[in-house]
Ligand binder design. Structure first.
Ligand SMILES: Nc1ncnc2c1ncn2[C@@H]1O[C@H](COP(=O)(O)OP(=O)(O)OP(=O)(O)O)[C@@H](O)[C@H]1O
Ligand SMILES: [Mn+2]
Length: 523
């Protein structure tokens, strides 16, 4: 009996030990998996840890009144009444190109249309803003709408100097370009390398092509005989193709010409944060098919009408239905200068605080929280230095092109946090010339800050003599595949400059009002 009891006690103990071992094993497996998840999250900023924008002390307002009188809300309401959408296409012809408008507007658009007066618009020269931007009264780092970042512009090391690499005399143009990238900009204002680099990408023979890994759409890495590279995005649609009415920003196809136009626009706005891009006509047979290999080669086929097509492999639009086709074997595309290799110019990827939800029904936090900017302002790197001003520049840039696809952005690690933000990936711009998407201006309208130099540049284009459309037309006219933009986009650019300035004015007015309130409170 006592032996039996002893046995069963032994058995139970052994079982307990096993159970404990299993539990410990399970716990360690969970710990490892959780750590891995966090590491991946930190690297890719997927949002699991929620550390980026909602710190423990963060104020998340659920059910914030959407009609609250913020600059952003009033602005959105005001511009909803602008019937720019009246010309927006609501149907497409067989070729998928735009047709002129034939009604089919939503009831609200129809109702609002009648609000429009037939009076010719008087040019508003924004003298109030010119006064601030040009005279710089009260322009400083800490307060006010118009600001400077207060950084030391004389401290401008380059990727070359920080890596202790001297540009070689017989170095390639791309290499020289990459080594000259500095803390403040991708290239200097009067860089002589830009035209050379563009010309090189557009004319050099193509030695080899491979598909670029990552991303949602098909891109090719073009290799030239001198071992330099370019990033190729193929043409998919004619210039006048507008974003399909039922497409979201994240299902919109990319436009190669938008990449070209965005480079010119970025340069004209004096940002110099976008890589140089040029158009080029390719022979699909000799310049892609014959120099491709492996996986890409396997995706080539001849379409029913005899065009040579390929679709590559990627996560969304890489199948027979979304193939890229020659006509019969010529193909247009954009060529972007290649960013430096990780060895000398590794980049850090940041989740954009004003990222959209990328979901057809969900809204992002910034769309619902009227105090969202004060949340962002508290979090590094947005709490000091130039970063927030850079994001506002970026939204100005994106609003002008209509690009709603700014999910992440990148900086060069080697320059630390106080460096410019790269302007990459503009394929989804220039899709809706008759619609002005004011939500893109959320960083500007919710934070009510803008860099003095950016405001000054916008005012110059607004008041002339050279308007932005004219400058863009001139700058892009030399591209091998010009004209780059469909005509209505030029009018959109000029119109949108005015809208941004109106937004800045609303901010200035609002801050003047609150200052008055504060002053009155004091007395
Ligand atoms: N000029 C360039 N040279 C080298 N790499 C680049 C260049 N432009 C972009 N990249 C890298 O390739 C990645 C994908 O490029 P891009 O964002 O243009 O394509 P995408 O298909 O739209 O990607 P996503 O689906 O992530 O938006 C970028 O995040 C960037 O890291
Ligand atoms: Mn993209």
């Amino acid at each position: 009996m006592s032996r039996l009891t002893k046995d069963s006690i032994m058995k139970i103990t052994i079982r307990m030990i096993r159970l404990r071992e299993r539990f410990i094993l399970g716990l360690s497996a969970f710990a490892i998996l959780f750590t891995l998840l966090l590491v991946v999250d930190l690297q890719m900023d997927l949002g699991y840890s929620g550390h980026h924008l909602v710190p423990s002390h963060g104020r998340v307002r659920i059910g914030d009144d959407p009609d609250q009188e913020t600059v952003y809300n009033s602005f959105r309401r005001k511009f909803l009444q602008r019937p720019n959408a009246s010309k927006e296409i609501s149907s497409f012809d067989a070729a998928g190109t735009a047709q002129s408008s034939k009604g089919d507007k939503t009831p609200s658009e129809n109702a609002l249309k009648s609000v429009k007066s037939d009076k010719p618009e008087v040019h508003d020269d924004f003298a109030d803003l010119v006064d601030i931007a040009e005279n710089g009264y009260n322009v400083n780092v800490d307060d006010g709408v118009v600001r400077i970042s207060g950084e030391d512009y004389s401290h401008n090391p380059t990727i070359g100097s920080l890596n202790h690499i001297q540009p070689k005399k017989n170095g390639t143009i791309l290499e020289r370009f990459q080594l000259e990238i500095s803390r403040l900009e991708l290239y200097p204002k009067n860089s002589i390398l830009i035209d050379q680099l563009l010309d090189h990408m557009a004319t050099m023979p193509i030695r080899h092509v491979v598909q670029k890994e990552g991303g949602t759409q098909l891109k090719l890495v073009i290799e030239y005989p001198d071992d330099t590279q370019a990033l190729f995005k193929p043409m998919r649609f004619p210039r006048e193709q507008q974003t399909l009415p039922n497409h979201f920003y994240f299902t919109d196809f990319e436009r190669h010409n938008a990449e070209i136009a965005a480079f010119h626009l970025d340069r004209l706005l004096n940002f110099r944060r976008a890589m140089p891009v040029i158009g080029r006509m390719l022979n699909v047979t000799t310049e892609i098919y014959e120099v491709a290999d492996g996986d890409l080669l396997k995706t080539f086929f001849v379409s029913p009408v005899g065009n040579l097509c390929f679709h590559g492999r990627c996560s969304y639009y890489c199948d027979t239905a979304h193939a890229v086709c020659g006509n019969p074997d010529t193909l247009e595309g954009s060529f972007a200068g290649f960013l430096p290799a990780n060895a000398i110019g590794a980049r850090k990827v940041w989740r954009h605080p004003w990222r959209r939800s990328y979901h057809k029904r969900r809204k992002a936090q910034w769309e619902q929280d009227s105090d969202y900017c004060s949340l962002v302002r508290e979090i590094p790197p947005y709490d000091e230095g130039r970063r927030l001003l850079d994001l506002v520049d970026m939204c100005v840039f994106d609003f002008l092109t209509g690009n709603m696809d700014r999910h992440h952005y990148e900086t060069f690690k080697i320059f630390g946090n106080n460096t410019f933000t790269l302007h990459l990936d503009h394929g989804r711009g220039f899709g809706r010339p008759y619609h002005d998407e004011t939500s893109i201006l959320a960083p500007l309208l919710q934070c009510c800050v803008i860099r003095q130099s950016t405001l000054s540049t916008l005012l110059q284009y607004h008041n002339g003599p050279i308007r932005l459309s004219t400058a863009m037309r001139k700058s892009m006219s030399v591209d091998p595949v010009a004209p780059i933009l469909w005509e209505p986009h030029f009018a959109a650019l000029d119109r949108r400059v005015g809208i941004i300035l109106q937004g800045v004015r609303d901010c200035v007015d609002k801050s003047a009002m609150s200052e008055q309130v504060v002053r009155r409170d004091r007395h």
